[in-house]
Each structure stands twice: as structure tokens, then as C-alpha cells.
Design a protein around this ligand. Structure first.
Ligand code: CP
Ligand code: NVA
Length: 326
């Protein structure tokens, strides 16, 4: 618990530390932080959430500015980052490709130089991971991945916090993934390696994981199942996502038929542990990747999961700018 003096003074002065060039901490993929850092972030998230729920003011990022750059659509990510920085005492600036010079071919490296001289922290939602990597390499302030084609680390961080909040430690547990080998699936694999749990993956033929993206460590935490029933058997958490991610719309028709037997329905959930939870990063398509009975049913925790984006990202922004505060 923070002392009252710190709480009071933080409403006037930012607790952010000056960023040292070359030592700026970014969050571009889940593996950018280690287990000790996640232990801290999960605890810190619980504290920040409790402060928020009891209407306590906590402004460690007083006067700090978050730039949010969106090259793809968003509801949750935009809202949770914008509300989050505001609740921490700062403000957000929303930028998108359509209205900025980014959409007219300004090099990512140049944009990073400029945006990072005017703001204190940057969140980007874009296409290839290479774009965010190049941006971060030229940024003087922390850069956070708000979703790329390859990863969605803030979402999996929220999912893990949600699991821990509801059921306790995730270490040693089994997460079943029924669906596409997309940004969420690859982030879950990194999380399983880092936090020591098992990840069961099942997707139709032609939509399998790219083995060149897996490491020797992945093998200790990942099991691939041809049949989604095998993946769900005995799982502590079942999760899925859209069959067609943003940027892959041209493949929609073929994906609809390829994935039709990979819907998480009541029959699949019944194979998981009796107290298993269901998660979906949202937006969801009832009747495609998940049945209405499951997503709107008693094992679903999707609304808590969505809310927790706010709380984990506040902990993340605070950590990247202020370091550990307890
Ligand atoms: N889950 C998620 O990232 O949602 P948005 O696309 O609405 O931001
Ligand atoms: N895999 C999805 C996640 C959306 C939040 C996509 O990239 O579109």
C-alpha cells in the first residue's frame, strides 16, 4: 500500500523517471518482461484496480502524455489506454494512419523520432511486428504493442490477470486454444514459456502454427492437437478468437469453411475441468468461433477480461515510466 504522503504528492508531481537513451524499456511482445516483472505487474494491477474501484486518486503520471497510434480498428484498446492514462494523471493523443503523415508514407523511423520527442509513452496498433520494432528502435520513450499481426501482449496480460484473479496462480495450469494460429495464440505460447503453464493448441489443417516461430522452450509448454476435443480435455481455461483477424479479410470465405468444426460450444466446454473458464479477447462472432451458450454462459469471464485491459495497462504504463513503486 502506498503511503498517504506519496498518494497526495503524486497528484501534483509525476513519479515518472527520466528516460535514458539506449535503456528505454519497451513492451513489444510478451517475452520482453520476465517472470519477476510479471509477478510485480499482477500484484500492482490488483492494487491499481482496488484504488480505481474505491475512487481513490492516484496520479503517478501527472502531466505525462500517451500517444496512441492506430493503423487498425479498435474499441477496447483505445478506450482502455485512453481512460487508463487519464486515471493515472496524464492525457492521451489519438493518431491514426488516415489523418497523419504516416498514411502518406512518412518513414516509421522519422515518425518515431518526432512523436517520442513530444510525448512520454507510445502505444501502437499496426500490421507487421517489424513496423513496431523499427518504431521502438527510434523512440526515446517506451513503446507498447497494442496489437500487431504477430502478437497481442496487452490482451494476454489481461487474460492472465483475469485467470489469477478468479482462480489463483496460472503456473502448472492448462490453457486450451481452439482456433487460428494468430497474434493471440503466439502470445499465449510466449506466456506459457515465461509463466510455466501448458498451452494446448488446435486448428484445422492449413492453419497450423509456423514452427519457425517456435523455440526449443516452446516444446516444453505446447501440445498441438488435430482434434479440438483433445485440446480441451482437462483444461483449466478455454480460449478462442475470431477466425479471420484484421488484415486477413481477403481469406475470410476460405477460413469460414476451414474453421467450421473449431467452434467452442457446450460440448467442447464439457470436456474441460468442471471449473474451467472461457475467455475471448473480443470482438466475438456468436455461431462462428464460439456458441452463444458458451460466451453468454456461466463459465464465461469475457466482460471481466475486457475490463482488466484497463487495469493491467495502467500497471504496465506506470512500470515502464516509473519502475517499481513498491
Ligand atoms: N481485444 C481487443 O484488442 O479489442 P479491440 O480490437 O476492440 O481493441
Ligand atoms: N486476432 C484478432 C484480435 C482482435 C482484438 C485480430 O488481430 O484481429
Amino acid at each position: 500500500m502506498q503511503s498517504k504522503t506519496l498518494v497526495e504528492s503524486s497528484t501534483m508531481t509525476s513519479l515518472a523517471k527520466p528516460q535514458v537513451p539506449g535503456q528505454v524499456k519497451h513492451y513489444l511482445q510478451f517475452s520482453d518482461l520476465n517472470r519477476q516483472e510479471y509477478d510485480y505487474l499482477l500484484k500492482r494491477t490488483a492494487w491499481l484496480k482496488a484504488q480505481f474501484k474505491s475512487y481513490e486518486t492516484w496520479h503517478p503520471l501527472h502531466d505525462r502524455t500517451l500517444a496512441m497510434i492506430f493503423e487498425k480498428h479498435s474499441t477496447r484498446t483505445r478506450l482502455s489506454f485512453e481512460a487508463g492514462i487519464h486515471q493515472l494523471g496524464g492525457q492521451a493523443v489519438y493518431l491514426n494512419t488516415r489523418d497523419t503523415q504516416l498514411g502518406r508514407g512518412e518513414p516509421v523511423e522519422d515518425a518515431a523520432q518526432v512523436i517520442s520527442r513530444m510525448t512520454d509513452i507510445i502505444m501502437i496498433r499496426t500490421f507487421g511486428q517489424d513496423i513496431i520494432d523499427r518504431f521502438a528502435a527510434n523512440s526515446r520513450v517506451p513503446v507498447i504493442n497494442g496489437l500487431t499481426n504477430e502478437f497481442h501482449p496487452c490482451q494476454v496480460l489481461a487474460d492472465i490477470f483475469t485467470y489469477v484473479e478468479a482462480r489463483g496462480p496460472i503456473q502448472g495450469k492448462t490453457v486450451a486454444w481452439v482456433g487460428d494460429a494468430n497474434n493471440m495464440a503466439y502470445t499465449w505460447i510466449q506466456a506459457a514459456e515465461c509463466l510455466d503453464f501448458q498451452f494446448h493448441f488446435s486448428a484445422p489443417e492449413g492453419y497450423q502454427l509456423d514452427t519457425s516461430r517456435l523455440t526449443a522452450k516452446s516444446a516444453q509448454h505446447l501440445t498441438v492437437y488435430a482434434d479440438p476435443r483433445g485440446a480441451c480435455k482437462g483444461a483449466d481455461l478455454v480460449s478462442t478468437d475470431v477466425w479471420t483477424s484484421m488484415g486477413y479479410e481477403a481469406e475470410n470465405t476460405s477460413r469460414m469453411s476451414a474453421f467450421k468444426d473449431w467452434m467452442v460450444d457446450e460440448e467442447l466446454m464439457a470436456l474441460a475441468k468442471p471449473d474451467a473458464l472461457f475467455m475471448h479477447c473480443l470482438p466475438a462472432h456468436r455461431g462462428e468461433e464460439v456458441s452463444a451458450g458458451v460466451i453468454d454462459g456461466p463459465q464465461s469471464i469475457v466482460w471481466e477480461e475486457a475490463e482488466n485491459r484497463l487495469h493491467v495497462q495502467k500497471a504496465l504504463m506506470e512500470y515502464l515510466l516509473c519502475g517499481r513503486l513498491e
